[in-house]
Design a protein around this ligand. Structure first.
Ligand code: MN
Length: 263
Protein backbone atom coordinates (compact mmCIF):
# COMPACT_ATOMS: atom_id res chain seq x y z
CA UNK A 1 0.00 0.00 0.00
CA UNK A 2 2.79 2.36 0.95
CA UNK A 3 4.50 1.57 -2.33
CA UNK A 4 1.37 2.34 -4.29
CA UNK A 5 0.88 5.58 -2.39
CA UNK A 6 4.43 6.70 -3.01
CA UNK A 7 4.08 5.73 -6.67
CA UNK A 8 0.94 7.86 -6.90
CA UNK A 9 2.81 10.70 -5.17
CA UNK A 10 5.66 10.46 -7.66
CA UNK A 11 3.22 10.38 -10.57
CA UNK A 12 1.36 13.38 -9.19
CA UNK A 13 4.65 15.24 -8.79
CA UNK A 14 5.65 14.44 -12.37
CA UNK A 15 2.27 15.58 -13.68
CA UNK A 16 2.44 18.84 -11.72
CA UNK A 17 6.01 19.46 -12.83
CA UNK A 18 5.10 18.69 -16.45
CA UNK A 19 2.08 20.96 -16.23
CA UNK A 20 4.17 23.79 -14.85
CA UNK A 21 6.79 23.37 -17.56
CA UNK A 22 4.07 23.48 -20.19
CA UNK A 23 2.47 26.56 -18.63
CA UNK A 24 5.85 28.25 -18.50
CA UNK A 25 6.45 27.43 -22.15
CA UNK A 26 3.20 29.06 -23.15
CA UNK A 27 3.95 32.14 -21.10
CA UNK A 28 7.57 32.45 -22.19
CA UNK A 29 8.62 36.00 -22.90
CA UNK A 30 8.91 37.36 -26.43
CA UNK A 31 12.44 37.64 -27.79
CA UNK A 32 13.35 40.94 -29.42
CA UNK A 33 16.30 40.92 -31.84
CA UNK A 34 18.35 44.13 -31.80
CA UNK A 35 20.41 44.79 -34.93
CA UNK A 36 24.10 45.07 -34.05
CA UNK A 37 25.31 48.65 -34.06
CA UNK A 38 28.98 47.73 -34.13
CA UNK A 39 30.92 45.24 -36.22
CA UNK A 40 33.59 44.67 -33.62
CA UNK A 41 32.96 44.00 -30.85
CA UNK A 42 29.51 42.74 -31.78
CA UNK A 43 27.02 44.69 -29.76
CA UNK A 44 24.37 47.33 -29.35
CA UNK A 45 24.11 50.17 -26.84
CA UNK A 46 22.75 49.05 -23.47
CA UNK A 47 19.95 51.60 -23.72
CA UNK A 48 18.16 49.41 -26.33
CA UNK A 49 18.69 46.29 -24.25
CA UNK A 50 17.33 47.98 -21.11
CA UNK A 51 14.31 49.43 -22.92
CA UNK A 52 13.28 45.98 -24.21
CA UNK A 53 13.70 44.51 -20.73
CA UNK A 54 11.59 47.25 -19.16
CA UNK A 55 8.82 46.52 -21.68
CA UNK A 56 8.79 42.82 -20.76
CA UNK A 57 10.79 41.42 -23.67
CA UNK A 58 14.01 39.43 -23.83
CA UNK A 59 16.68 41.31 -25.80
CA UNK A 60 19.18 39.53 -28.02
CA UNK A 61 21.68 41.22 -30.31
CA UNK A 62 21.73 40.07 -33.93
CA UNK A 63 25.35 40.18 -35.13
CA UNK A 64 26.17 41.70 -38.48
CA UNK A 65 26.46 39.21 -41.33
CA UNK A 66 26.26 39.12 -45.11
CA UNK A 67 24.98 35.53 -44.98
CA UNK A 68 21.26 35.42 -45.78
CA UNK A 69 20.91 31.93 -44.28
CA UNK A 70 22.14 33.22 -40.91
CA UNK A 71 19.52 35.97 -40.95
CA UNK A 72 16.85 33.44 -41.90
CA UNK A 73 17.90 31.26 -38.97
CA UNK A 74 17.88 34.07 -36.44
CA UNK A 75 14.46 35.26 -37.63
CA UNK A 76 13.16 31.79 -36.69
CA UNK A 77 14.15 32.55 -33.10
CA UNK A 78 13.16 36.17 -32.54
CA UNK A 79 9.56 37.40 -32.24
CA UNK A 80 10.27 41.03 -33.11
CA UNK A 81 13.11 43.23 -34.36
CA UNK A 82 14.58 46.65 -33.52
CA UNK A 83 16.74 48.37 -36.13
CA UNK A 84 19.18 50.56 -34.22
CA UNK A 85 20.67 54.00 -34.76
CA UNK A 86 24.06 54.77 -36.21
CA UNK A 87 25.89 55.96 -39.29
CA UNK A 88 24.54 57.54 -42.48
CA UNK A 89 23.17 55.28 -45.21
CA UNK A 90 25.03 55.11 -48.53
CA UNK A 91 22.89 57.43 -50.72
CA UNK A 92 24.17 56.11 -54.05
CA UNK A 93 23.39 52.47 -53.37
CA UNK A 94 20.46 53.16 -51.05
CA UNK A 95 18.37 55.61 -53.10
CA UNK A 96 20.38 56.53 -56.18
CA UNK A 97 21.77 59.92 -55.15
CA UNK A 98 25.34 61.18 -55.39
CA UNK A 99 26.92 61.75 -51.96
CA UNK A 100 26.79 65.39 -50.87
CA UNK A 101 29.83 66.95 -49.23
CA UNK A 102 28.01 67.06 -45.89
CA UNK A 103 27.34 63.30 -45.88
CA UNK A 104 28.78 61.60 -42.78
CA UNK A 105 30.46 58.24 -42.40
CA UNK A 106 28.88 55.33 -44.27
CA UNK A 107 29.38 51.63 -43.48
CA UNK A 108 28.51 49.56 -46.59
CA UNK A 109 28.65 46.23 -44.74
CA UNK A 110 26.17 47.45 -42.17
CA UNK A 111 23.86 48.80 -44.88
CA UNK A 112 23.90 45.43 -46.60
CA UNK A 113 23.12 43.56 -43.36
CA UNK A 114 20.46 46.01 -42.16
CA UNK A 115 18.65 46.09 -45.50
CA UNK A 116 18.53 42.28 -45.69
CA UNK A 117 17.42 41.98 -42.06
CA UNK A 118 14.59 44.53 -42.24
CA UNK A 119 13.23 43.29 -45.58
CA UNK A 120 13.26 39.67 -44.44
CA UNK A 121 11.73 40.50 -41.05
CA UNK A 122 8.88 42.49 -42.61
CA UNK A 123 8.31 39.81 -45.28
CA UNK A 124 8.03 37.24 -42.48
CA UNK A 125 5.37 39.34 -40.75
CA UNK A 126 7.42 40.14 -37.66
CA UNK A 127 6.86 43.41 -35.83
CA UNK A 128 9.71 45.82 -36.62
CA UNK A 129 10.63 49.09 -34.92
CA UNK A 130 13.21 51.36 -36.58
CA UNK A 131 15.01 53.92 -34.44
CA UNK A 132 16.88 56.93 -35.90
CA UNK A 133 19.08 55.35 -38.60
CA UNK A 134 16.73 52.37 -38.27
CA UNK A 135 13.76 54.56 -39.26
CA UNK A 136 15.69 56.06 -42.18
CA UNK A 137 16.77 52.58 -43.21
CA UNK A 138 13.15 51.37 -43.11
CA UNK A 139 12.24 54.18 -45.50
CA UNK A 140 15.15 53.40 -47.85
CA UNK A 141 14.55 49.63 -47.72
CA UNK A 142 11.04 50.08 -49.09
CA UNK A 143 11.79 52.67 -51.76
CA UNK A 144 11.97 56.06 -50.02
CA UNK A 145 14.79 58.63 -49.92
CA UNK A 146 16.57 60.76 -47.33
CA UNK A 147 17.90 64.23 -46.77
CA UNK A 148 21.61 63.48 -46.57
CA UNK A 149 22.15 66.57 -44.45
CA UNK A 150 19.31 68.71 -43.07
CA UNK A 151 21.32 71.92 -42.41
CA UNK A 152 22.59 72.19 -46.00
CA UNK A 153 19.52 70.77 -47.78
CA UNK A 154 16.57 72.15 -45.84
CA UNK A 155 17.06 75.92 -45.32
CA UNK A 156 13.63 76.19 -43.67
CA UNK A 157 14.64 73.75 -40.94
CA UNK A 158 15.33 76.08 -38.02
CA UNK A 159 15.04 73.52 -35.21
CA UNK A 160 18.19 72.13 -33.61
CA UNK A 161 18.13 68.39 -34.38
CA UNK A 162 21.52 67.66 -32.85
CA UNK A 163 20.89 68.39 -29.23
CA UNK A 164 23.56 69.08 -26.68
CA UNK A 165 21.62 67.86 -23.66
CA UNK A 166 21.12 64.62 -21.72
CA UNK A 167 19.75 61.68 -23.73
CA UNK A 168 16.65 61.41 -21.55
CA UNK A 169 15.72 65.05 -22.11
CA UNK A 170 13.35 66.14 -24.87
CA UNK A 171 14.59 69.31 -26.57
CA UNK A 172 12.19 69.78 -29.50
CA UNK A 173 8.51 69.06 -29.88
CA UNK A 174 6.80 66.83 -32.43
CA UNK A 175 3.19 66.86 -33.62
CA UNK A 176 1.67 63.38 -33.83
CA UNK A 177 -1.09 62.48 -36.30
CA UNK A 178 -4.38 61.78 -34.55
CA UNK A 179 -5.43 58.14 -34.79
CA UNK A 180 -1.97 56.96 -35.89
CA UNK A 181 -0.12 54.11 -34.23
CA UNK A 182 2.21 56.72 -32.69
CA UNK A 183 -0.83 58.41 -31.16
CA UNK A 184 -2.11 55.10 -29.79
CA UNK A 185 1.27 54.11 -28.36
CA UNK A 186 2.06 57.43 -26.67
CA UNK A 187 -1.45 58.67 -25.94
CA UNK A 188 -0.61 62.29 -26.83
CA UNK A 189 -0.65 64.48 -29.94
CA UNK A 190 2.40 66.50 -28.97
CA UNK A 191 5.51 65.56 -27.02
CA UNK A 192 9.11 66.74 -26.61
CA UNK A 193 11.68 64.30 -28.01
CA UNK A 194 15.44 64.03 -27.98
CA UNK A 195 17.21 64.65 -31.28
CA UNK A 196 20.53 63.33 -32.61
CA UNK A 197 20.35 63.41 -36.38
CA UNK A 198 21.48 65.42 -39.40
CA UNK A 199 19.61 63.19 -41.86
CA UNK A 200 15.85 62.61 -42.17
CA UNK A 201 13.20 61.02 -44.37
CA UNK A 202 12.70 63.02 -47.60
CA UNK A 203 10.34 61.11 -49.92
CA UNK A 204 8.41 58.62 -47.83
CA UNK A 205 8.45 55.05 -49.16
CA UNK A 206 5.40 53.80 -51.09
CA UNK A 207 2.98 52.14 -48.68
CA UNK A 208 4.26 54.17 -45.72
CA UNK A 209 2.94 57.38 -44.17
CA UNK A 210 4.40 60.15 -42.00
CA UNK A 211 2.85 60.18 -38.52
CA UNK A 212 4.94 62.77 -36.66
CA UNK A 213 6.77 65.95 -37.66
CA UNK A 214 8.79 68.59 -35.85
CA UNK A 215 7.77 72.28 -36.00
CA UNK A 216 10.09 72.83 -38.99
CA UNK A 217 8.43 70.02 -40.93
CA UNK A 218 11.14 67.37 -40.51
CA UNK A 219 9.75 63.80 -40.46
CA UNK A 220 10.00 62.31 -36.96
CA UNK A 221 7.97 59.07 -37.40
CA UNK A 222 6.74 56.82 -40.20
CA UNK A 223 4.38 53.84 -40.24
CA UNK A 224 3.62 51.14 -42.78
CA UNK A 225 0.04 51.48 -43.96
CA UNK A 226 -2.48 48.72 -43.30
CA UNK A 227 -0.60 47.20 -40.37
CA UNK A 228 0.32 48.11 -36.80
CA UNK A 229 3.52 46.09 -36.84
CA UNK A 230 6.03 48.20 -38.81
CA UNK A 231 7.01 51.69 -37.76
CA UNK A 232 9.98 53.95 -37.16
CA UNK A 233 10.90 56.98 -35.09
CA UNK A 234 13.59 59.57 -35.79
CA UNK A 235 14.28 60.18 -32.09
CA UNK A 236 15.65 57.82 -29.44
CA UNK A 237 12.84 56.57 -27.15
CA UNK A 238 15.24 54.04 -25.60
CA UNK A 239 17.22 56.99 -24.23
CA UNK A 240 14.23 57.86 -22.02
CA UNK A 241 12.95 54.37 -21.21
CA UNK A 242 16.36 53.02 -20.18
CA UNK A 243 16.62 55.88 -17.68
CA UNK A 244 13.25 55.01 -16.13
CA UNK A 245 11.14 57.63 -17.96
CA UNK A 246 7.84 55.96 -18.91
CA UNK A 247 6.60 58.61 -21.38
CA UNK A 248 7.96 56.58 -24.31
CA UNK A 249 7.56 53.09 -22.83
CA UNK A 250 4.41 52.58 -24.97
CA UNK A 251 6.60 52.26 -28.08
CA UNK A 252 8.45 49.26 -26.66
CA UNK A 253 5.35 47.80 -24.98
CA UNK A 254 3.61 47.77 -28.34
CA UNK A 255 6.55 45.97 -29.94
CA UNK A 256 6.62 43.37 -27.17
CA UNK A 257 2.81 42.90 -27.35
CA UNK A 258 2.93 42.39 -31.11
CA UNK A 259 5.89 40.02 -30.66
CA UNK A 260 3.84 38.00 -28.13
CA UNK A 261 1.13 37.49 -30.75
CA UNK A 262 3.74 35.86 -32.98
CA UNK A 263 4.68 33.22 -30.46
MN1 MN B 1 14.71 65.73 -34.49
Amino acid sequence: MKKILSLIAVMAFVLVAFGQAEAQNKKSMPIIGISAAEASPVGAPLTYVDAVKRAGGVPVVIPMTSDKAQIEAVLEIVDGVIMTGGEDIDPLKGYGEEPLRALGEIVPKRDEFDLMLIRMAVAKGLPVLGICRGEQLMNVAFGGSLYQDIPSQVPTSYVKHRQEAPRNYGTHSIAITEGSLMHKMLGVKEIAVNSYHHQAVKDVAPGFKVTAVSKDGIVEAIEKEGTDKVWGVQFHPEGFVSMGDDSFLGIFKHLVNKASENK
